[in-house]
Design a binder for this molecule. Sequence first.
Ligand code: ADP
Ligand code: UDP
Length: 236
Amino acid sequence: MEKTNQLYEGKAKKVFATEDPSLVIVSYKDDATAFDGAKKGEIRGKGAVNNRMSNFLMRKLEAAGIPTHFAEELNDRETVVKKVEIVPLEVIIRNVSAGHFASRYGVEEGIVFDEPVFEFSYKNDDLHDPLLNTSHALALKLATREEIDTIRNMALKVNEVLKAFFAGCGVRLIDFKLEFGRLPDGSIVLADEISPDTCRFWDAQTNEKLDKDRFRRDLGGVEEAYQEMMRRVFGE
Ligand code: ADP
Ligand code: UDP
């Protein structure tokens, strides 16, 4: 499978067309951004970590019955995925308070929830991804009620599979963001990526942060945290 023309360059990945109109190639960059693009930098080796980890997790989710966009890993940084129409919702699942949940509602980080929190925001950089509820999403025609139900059920199932998997790696899955897309037949699949850029991972023993918060919060050891997550997941 060969790249033809570049369709899109985002903050973390580039998307290329292929000879097959139903497939695109995503290419993961080392570029890192935070706070709506206000903070910029590079995390050496991040593209390869995110590509390989995301593909590994998508395969695991497929095996658990969750349809994904994954098609074929080409190399360290590039993967063929089914081209989808992205549903413009950033779907977030939270098991433990952190980040915007803690700041928005004025609580400390680290509160373990009795059941997972499901939320979504409008994927729209110009509007700074505002938080939405289901009736907002329906009014804006971002998705149908059936699609929102499907997305919610799939996201909760992803959480169960990933929480159990990461527990076996000595990692607490605190929260994460998912994106979903529509295939040409209208069915919903999990798309985009699952990586230390899009999840909060805390060491199960020490609660040390092993994710992009090390970059966001200038904690140091950013590259090392991404490599440590690779070792936890692949045993490398
Ligand atoms: P951003 O657009 O937020 O800067 P990225 O740099 O990760 O994000 O760019 C990747 C883009 O590709 C995102 O807009 C994402 O929604 C989109 N995307 C992810 N998976 C697919 C897919 N299977 N088909 C089409 N687009 C996808
Ligand atoms: N997240 C993401 N992309 C975004 C916003 C959030 O991947 O544009 C992830 C983030 O890494 C975290 C979870 O979603 O794992 C919840 O993020 P939160 O709402 O707390 O916002 P943040 O503090 O990350 O801006």
